[in-house]
Design a protein around this ligand. Structure first.
Ligand code: GLN
Length: 242
């Protein structure tokens, strides 16, 4: 059994160590004897997106988003086909923004998004940048749990019809907003860096299950010893949620 991961623009969209998410997926798969094959895809590289089980796109500053969006838009049809064929998606911050209608950056440039979802993002003024630790309560595929992370985005994402979770502390989709991220049955999009997965092993396993689902159906994962991960989660949760 294996999962095939396509890591998009790994060299550009890797803000605040989002590459750590890939390391966690590899670790948690290998511990279970699941082969985790990771391919990268840079600007101009040919990759058949539909052949992958998980599409991962990390965060990026406005400059990097401007650098990649022209290439990303060219892949719209194959990304849509992958979505229709139940590929799982993990999108972080800048990557999240580019799957919506558009991102208006700090300088007022409109970066065209893939437009798969109704949300859109507009950079705030400097006084309303969303920076700091964040904790939410999320329900992924019928299981509810807390998720902790770090956010740093000027973008205010509006019109999110199905958020990832409810903000317990921090900003979320907008400055001091009630909800964070976007979630549907295959896409998990979030502002949470940290990176996201090391302190949120339950989220990591949900992503692995979603990636496995495409070719193997619903798989129950053998539990791992997450005492260290859970300790890190609890320490951050207590620090964030007063
Ligand atoms: N450049 C985008 C913003 O400032 C995304 C930042 C990020 O990926 N952390 O909102």
């Amino acid at each position: 059994m294996n999962i095939k991961v396509l890591w998009m623009y790994h060299d550009l969209m890797d803000l605040y160590g989002d590459k750590g998410n890939i390391e966690v997926l590899k670790y948690r798969c290998n511990k279970r004897g699941i082969d985790c094959v990771v391919d990268t895809c840079g600007i101009g590289e040919e990759k058949d997106i539909t052949q992958y089980d998980l599409f991962f796109l990390g965060g990026g500053a406005d400059k990097e988003q401007n650098m990649i969006f022209g290439d990303l838009i060219k892949r719209k049809d194959s990304i849509k086909q992958a979505m229709d064929e139940h590929t799982a998606f993990l999108l972080i911050c800048g990557g999240y923004q580019l799957f919506g209608k558009y991102y208006k950056d700090q300088d007022g440039n409109i970066i065209e998004g893939l437009g798969f979802f109704d949300y859109y993002t507009e950079a705030s003024d400097r006084n309303h940048r969303c920076i700091g630790n964040i904790a939410i309560e999320a329900t992924i595929d019928q299981d509810t749990f807390s998720v902790v992370g770090f956010e740093n985005h000027g973008g205010q994402t509006k019109n999110v019809l199905s958020p990832f979770g409810k903000v317990l502390s921090g900003h979320g989709n907008m400055y001091q907003s009630e909800f964070e991220g976007f979630l549907n049955d295959t896409v998990l999009a979030t502002y949470m860096h940290g990176p996201l997965l090391p302190k949120n092993p339950k989220v990591a396993d949900k992503i692995i299950q979603r990636a496995l689902r495409k070719r193997y159906g619903d798989i129950t994962l053998e539990p791992l010893d997450d005492s260290l991960e859970n300790k890190a989660h609890e320490i951050m949760y207590k620090r964030i949620v007063k």
